[in-house]
Ligand binder design. Structure first.
Ligand code: NAD
Ligand code: UDP
Length: 319
């Protein structure tokens, strides 16, 4: 197949490009580098099965080759208000990538009679009142909250994807992706793993926001990519949670990183960093993924962090 992937120069997009090429497909990548990095695709430079277009998906997309599948991953994704690449600082670009970018990529899929997969997010559940989160839970999102530019763009993207499925019979899928980590994350984008692992490896204080009792469930990137691959190969049109069900408090997550790296860094608390918009609990119910995709994550946190450390050390410049 010819697989078209937007956000190809990002963390998840670049791993998807690698995976589909390894499976013998051809990949057409697109990115405008707003939060991504061309280095993430350096391993594919000159590869005969890889083509790349620098383009903003908010504008009309023309692809001369035949496209068999469209994977829409282009969007800023970090919620850190201090990061220049966080969606707080790219609010309109984020809404355009989720709204206009989704419209353009759905239109592309329709015109090529291609399969379509939307990268949605656990953020569509907002600060959830149901735990763990099942796909039937409709969410708790404030339309004018500080995270709304991301959350509502993704909610709109899901609604538009279902409209193209129901109205135009485009062969769509929706992946609700939960926190994922691994090599090629942007060390400066302020998400939990990059911040805490970079701090641990640099012997700097490890910053835990609030009391650290908020929870997340972290999935290693190879597992997530495997879930996306399985989802693309099925005919399931309704949303599917993809992520790790292993819930941890952020304080315990920081402690795990401290133990695994053997750092002498201390854990420090930064009260109020995200106090008005930090979801308190997040854990996917992955029953649908297990039964429909025969998929669940295999890589435990310790192994995943160990696999991530060499990339971070190279980026930081330590050996
Ligand atoms: P990322 O920032 O590393 O990658 C996003 C990529 O999209 C970047 O390369 C960026 O330059 C590109 N991009 C953004 N807007 C664009 C535009 N208008 N035109 C072209 N390219 C554009 O982030 P990521 O973590 O790899 O996330 C990828 C996707 O997965 C996003 O849609 C995100 O919402 C979704 N997601 C990620 C996670 C996670 O834990 N990483 C969780 C849930 C959902
Ligand atoms: N967090 C933290 N210290 C950091 C970065 C993040 O305590 O240096 C917390 C953040 O407040 C949130 C959790 O880690 O509760 C996950 O944050 P992330 O940015 O990875 O993504 P989110 O799940 O909030 O979208």
């Amino acid at each position: 197949m010819n697989i078209f992937i937007t956000g190809a120069a990002g963390f998840l997009g670049s791993h998807l490009c690698d995976r589909f090429i390894a499976e013998g497909h051809s990949v057409i990548g697109m990115d405008n580098f707003i939060t991504g990095n061309p280095d993430n695709l350096s391993q594919l430079a000159g590869h005969p099965a890889f083509t790349f277009y620098k383009h903003d998906v908010s504008n009309y997309i023309f692809i001369p080759q035949k496209v068999d599948a469209v994977l829409h991953f282009a969007s800023p994704a970090s919620p850190n208000p201090k990061s220049p690449s966080g969606y707080f600082n790219l609010p309109i670009q984020t809404m355009k990538a989720g709204a206009l970018g989704t419209h353009n990529t759905l239109g592309l899929a329709k015109s090529h009679n291609a399969k379509y997969l939307l990268a949605s997010t656990s953020e569509i559940y907002g600060d959830p009142t149901v735990h763990p989160q099942t796909e039937s839970y409709a969410g708790n999102v404030d339309t004018i909250g500080t995270r709304a530019v991301y959350d509502e763009a993704k909610r709109f993207a899901e609604a538009l994807t279902m409209a193209y499925f129901r109205t135009h019979h485009v062969d769509t899928r929706i992946a609700r992706i939960f926190n994922t980590y691994g090599p090629r994350m942007d060390l400066e984008d302020g998400r939990a793993l990059p911040n805490l692992l970079k701090q641990a490896l640099s012997s700097e204080p490890m910053t835990v926001f609030g009391d650290g009792l908020q929870t997340r469930s972290f999935c290693y990137v190879d597992d997530l990519v495997d879930g996306i691959f399985h989802l693309l190969m099925t005919d399931e049109h309704f949303p599917i949670n993809l992520g790790s069900p292993d819930e941890t408090t952020i304080l315990d997550f920081a402690r795990s990183i401290k133990t695994i790296t053997g750092t002498k860094s201390n854990i420090i608390f930064q009260p109020g960093e995200r106090s008005d918009h930090d979801p308190q609990r997040r854990q996917p119910d992955i029953s649908r993924a297990i039964s429909l995709l025969n998929w669940e994550p295999k890589i435990k946190l310790r192994e995943g962090i160990q696999k991530t450390i060499p990339y971070f050390k190279t980026k930081i410049g330590i050996h």
